[in-house]
Ligand binder design. Structure first.
Ligand code: UD1
Length: 421
C-alpha cells in the first residue's frame, strides 16, 4: 500500500496536460465489443478502472494490449458472454458491458455490479430499456441472465437522465434492427464522445449532447483509431487545487465548455479563470469568497463528481458556502476526514454547509471514495504542514498519477509505500 505526503500552505505555479476522460474510456472499451477489427485508443489513461475493463475484455476472450500510451483492443476472438462476479464487483460501472455483450452475442450472464461507496447504484433503467429493445432478462440471486437473439429498435423514455443507462442503450441500439430513440437521455459530454467513437466505427448515432439520442441500428461496425476527450473532473480537481492553495496554474487540453458551472463558481469566489484554445488558466490570490448554494444536477448542471473537490477549495473561504447533493445519497463521506484538518462543515441530509476557517492544518486522513480522496489532496494543499492521505486505491481508479500532476503544478507531494495492508 502507499500514501501521499502533501506539504501544503504554498501557492501553486505550473502547467500540466489533462489525461483522457475515464468516463469516456470506460463505455468506449465496452463498445469495442461491437466493432469487428482493431481499435486503437490513443492517449488512453492508465487507471485502475481501465485495468478492470481490460480484465473483463480479456475474460471474454478479447485481446487488449498497451502500445506506448495507446491501448489496442481486438475483440474478434471474443468467445464468451459471461462475466465473473469478481470482475463485476471490481468496477461499479461494469454494468456498461451489458448492452455491448448482449448486442454482440445475443446473450449475457453477469452479476449485479452492487452498491458502491456513494450509496445504492440501481440499474433498473438499464434493464427496463434493454427489455424494451427485446431482451429477456431474468434476475436471480444477484445474477442477471439476459437473452436477446434479436434486438429491435424502440422508443425509450428514461425516467431520469442516467448516464450509464443512456450509454448502455446506445450500445444495444447499435446492434438492434431498426431505429432506437432514447428520450430524456443524459447530456454529459462523455456521451457525445461515445457517439463520436461509435460513428468512427461506422455506427449511425446522432443527438448525443441533447436529450434525444437516435440510433439507426444494424450498421456494420469496424475498428478505428480514436482519442477521447480530456477528463473534465480531473481538470476540475486541479482548478480547485489552485483555489485551495492559491497561485496560478495552466491545464493543457482542459475545455471550459465542459466546465462552465465550475469556472463560474470559481470566478464568483474570486479566481481569474481564462480559456484559450489550448487549455484553461486559473489564478487565485488570498482566501476565496463563499459561494452557493452549489446544487449538483445532471449535465449541464454542476457535476456531482466535482462536489467534493470544490468543497475542498472552499474550506478556507471567507463566510459560508452551501452544497446540495442531489444525485447520490452518500456523497459527503469526505467531510469527516476534512474535519480532521480543521474544516468546519455541517451536513444535514443532502445539504452541507461549509463555515470557512482561516487556517487548516495537516492531518492523517483516508480516501473514502474516488473524488473524496482527490478532494482530500486538494484540501491538503491549502493546509499548513504535512497531510498524509491513505487508501489511495480509490484515487488510482480515476487519476493516472495525481502526485506527478500536482508536482508539475508546483506542489510538494510525495507518494511512498507504507506497511499498511
Ligand atoms: C456516471 C459516472 C459517474 C457520475 C454519474 C453522475 C461513469 C462511468 N460514471 O455514473 O462518475 O458520478 O454518472 O454524473 O460515467 N439511477 C437509477 N436507476 C438506474 C440508473 C441510475 O435510479 O438504472 C440513479 C442513480 O442512483 C443516481 C442517478 O440515477 O442517483 C444518476 O446515475 P447515473 O447517471 O446512471 O450515473 P452512472 O452512469 O452510474
Amino acid at each position: 500500500m502507499s500514501e501521499l505526503l502533501i506539504t501544503g500552505g504554498r501557492p501553486l505555479e505550473g502547467e500540466v496536460p489533462i489525461q483522457g476522460a475515464k468516463n469516456s474510456v470506460l463505455p468506449i472499451l465496452a463498445a469495442t465489443l461491437l466493432a469487428r477489427g482493431q481499435v486503437v485508443l490513443e492517449g488512453c489513461p492508465r487507471l485502475r478502472d481501465v485495468d478492470a475493463s481490460i480484465a473483463i475484455l480479456r475474460y471474454l476472450g478479447c485481446i487488449a494490449r498497451w502500445e506506448g500510451d495507446s491501448l489496442v483492443v481486438d475483440t474478434a476472438s471474443m468467445d464468451g458472454c459471461a462475466i465473473s462476479e469478481e470482475l463485476m464487483r471490481r468496477m461499479r460501472s461494469s454494468a456498461i458491458f451489458l448492452g455491448a455483450v448482449l448486442g454482440r452475442w445475443g446473450r449475457a450472464e453477469l452479476s449485479y455490479p452492487g452498491g458502491c461507496e456513494l450509496g445504492p447504484r440501481p440499474i433498473d433503467l438499464h434493464l427496463q430499456g434493454l427489455r424494451q429493445l427485446g431482451a429477456a432478462i431474468r434476475e436471480e440471486g444477484g445474477f442477471l441472465h439476459c437473452r436477446a437473439p434479436r434486438l429491435r429498435g424502440s422508443e425509450i423514455v428514461l425516467g431520469l437522465p442516467s448516464v450509464g443507462a443512456t450509454e448502455n442503450l446506445m450500445l444495444a441500439g447499435c446492434a438492434a434492427e431498426g431505429t432506437t430513440v432514447i428520450s430524456n437521455a443524459a447530456r454529459e459530454p462523455e456521451i457525445e464522445d461515445l457517439q463520436n467513437f461509435l460513428n468512427a466505427c461506422g455506427a449511425r448515432v446522432r443527438g448525443a449532447g441533447s436529450s434525444t439520442v437516435r440510433v439507426e441500428g444494424g450498421a456494420p461496425m469496424h475498428g478505428c483509431t480514436y482519442r477521447c476527450m480530456p477528463d473534465r473532473i480531473v481538470a476540475a480537481t486541479y482548478l480547485c487545487a489552485a483555489g485551495a492553495a492559491g497561485g496560478e496554474v495552466y491545464l493543457r487540453r482542459a475545455r471550459e465548455d465542459h466546465l462552465a458551472t465550475l469556472t463560474d463558481l470559481l470566478r464568483q469566489a474570486g479566481c481569474t479563470v481564462t480559456a484559450d484554445g489550448g487549455g484553461i488558466a486559473c489564478r487565485c490570490r488570498g482566501r476565496l469568497g463563499g459561494v452557493g448554494p452549489v446544487r449538483t444536477a445532471p449535465y449541464p448542471g454542476f457535476p456531482t463528481d466535482a462536489q467534493a473537490v470544490l468543497m475542498a477549495a472552499l474550506l478556507r473561504c471567507r463566510g459560508v458556502s452551501v452544497f446540495e447533493e442531489r444525485i447520490f445519497e452518500s456523497r459527503y463521506r469526505h467531510v469527516d476526514e476534512m474535519a480532521r484538518m480543521g474544516a468546519r462543515i455541517r451536513v444535514s441530509g443532502p445539504t452541507a454547509v461549509v463555515f470557512g476557517t482561516p487556517v487548516l492544518h495537516g492531518a492523517s486522513v483516508r480516501s473514502t471514495d474516488l473524488r473524496g480522496g482527490a478532494a482530500l489532496c486538494v484540501a491538503a494543499l491549502g493546509a499548513e504542514g504535512v497531510t498524509r492521505v491513505g487508501a489511495l486505491h480509490h484515487i488510482d481508479r480515476g487519476y493516472e498519477d495525481i502526485a506527478r500532476d500536482l508536482r508539475a503544478l508546483g506542489a510538494d507531494v510525495i507518494r511512498q509505500a507504507t506497511d499498511e495492508n
